[in-house]
Write a protein that binds this ligand. Structure first.
Ligand SMILES: [Zn+2]
Ligand SMILES: [Zn+2]
Length: 352
């Protein structure tokens, strides 16, 4: 089965954000150099970039303008909204259900952002976690956030310097707590997982030197979310944004660290009685199902069922009979410099 695999960035800030430092022109120039197909921009608390005409196809990049609703805690990425959603009167974000509902009332959808962010004391970054899991009505959760992962590696001047020079080598992958929660949520319903970048092209000072921590041209090589479409984009901004949203909302997507080897072409499917089920889909087990994973290069493939690893193999392709119902997803680790490093994380397929 052929899918059209589009790689994009979800969650990033332009100079329309008070703490963003790159203009849209600079950001789009970086997408051209790095082969990014779509950008889901999330400036803080407004949709200014759309008002100034940046939404839609910009050369070869599809730009979607969303908003990061960002009180002190419980940051929420809102898309497909017509007006900005505010958290006025709730600066601590104590009632995230209110803004989740406000997004849905506009016909939009939202993603829980960097839920297990811890910040880094050493570089004066506070923790911006999600602390209310009684909420409902959100569409997806950020499972692997570049900033959460990278900032966690900064523990001292030495790791700080290495972290700035070789960020991809310090990344540990999605946090265990985030994956466990995601697996638990998928036992009771369907929660789509995505990857986040949350880059601001911030100006940092390290050992007395001021520099841009991650210019977008560099940052775009890290965590990307890939959507899988049945047909290629048609070139019409409205239709293509709708199709991108549909793929995301149905969970037909995976997220990956594309730094070492681009993950494009990764596939995780289950075949049964001549029918193919892809990520985000549900099927009823009838006795002859077969799960397959295919990667662009040989890597360590792990199959997770109901939150537990049930198979691990080093290969470019994997094909296994499926004998039990459950929620199946794949994780892929790539060996680089003698270590297996987190690479690709699929969305689950649900077998009942
Ligand atoms: Zn945030
Ligand atoms: Zn952000």
């Amino acid at each position: 089965m052929k899918f059209y695999d589009y790689a994009g960035i979800i969650h990033m800030h332009s100079s329309f954000s008070f703490d963003g430092h790159a203009t849209m022109e600079q950001i789009l120039s970086a997408t051209r150099k790095t082969g990014i197909d779509f950008l889901m921009l999330t400036d803080h608390d407004h949709l200014q970039a759309r008002r100034e005409g940046w939404e839609g196809w910009q050369d070869k990049t599809l730009v979607v303008v969303g908003e990061e609703i960002a009180p002190r805690f419980n940051h929420y990425l809102a898309f497909a909204i017509q007006e900005p959603v505010s958290y006025d009167g709730d600066p601590q974000g104590k009632n995230p259900q209110k803004y989740i509902d406000d997004v849905n009332k506009q016909g939009g959808f939202g993603i829980i952002a960097h839920p297990d962010h811890e910040g880094t004391e050493m570089f004066h970054v506070k923790h911006y976690c999600w602390n209310d899991w009684n909420v409902s009505g959100y569409a997806a959760v950020g499972i692997w956030d570049f900033m959460t992962d990278w900032q966690k590696s900064l523990r001292g001047y030495c790791s700080g310097l290495l972290g700035f020079l070789f960020p991809a080598y310090l990344l540990k992958g999605p946090r265990r707590v985030t994956l466990e929660r995601w697996d638990a949520l998928n036992q009771i319903g369907k929660t789509v997982g995505i990857g986040e970048l949350d880059n601001h092209a911030s100006i940092k000072k390290f050992l007395g030197i001021r520099f841009v921590a991650f210019p977008f041209e560099r940052a775009f090589r890290f965590i990307r979310t890939h959507v899988l479409l049945d047909q290629p984009f048609c070139g019409d901004s409205r239709q293509d944004i709708d199709r991108l949203f549909q793929a995301l909302l149905s969970g037909r997507c995976y997220f990956a660290l594309d730094y070492f080897v681009p993950s494009r072409g990764f596939q995780f499917i289950i075949e049964q009685d001549g029918q193919v089920f892809s990520q985000g889909e549900r099927l009823k087990l009838s006795g002859s199902a077969r799960l397959s994973v295919s990667c662009p290069v040989s890597a360590q493939i792990r199959i997770i069922r109901n939150g537990r690893e049930v198979h691990r193999t080093a290969a470019e392709r994997l094909s296994l009979p499926v004998e039990q119902t459950g929620v199946y997803r794949a994780e892929v680790f790539l060996k680089k410099m003698g270590k297996f490093r987190p690479w690709i994380f699929s969305n689950p397929i649900f077998i009942t």
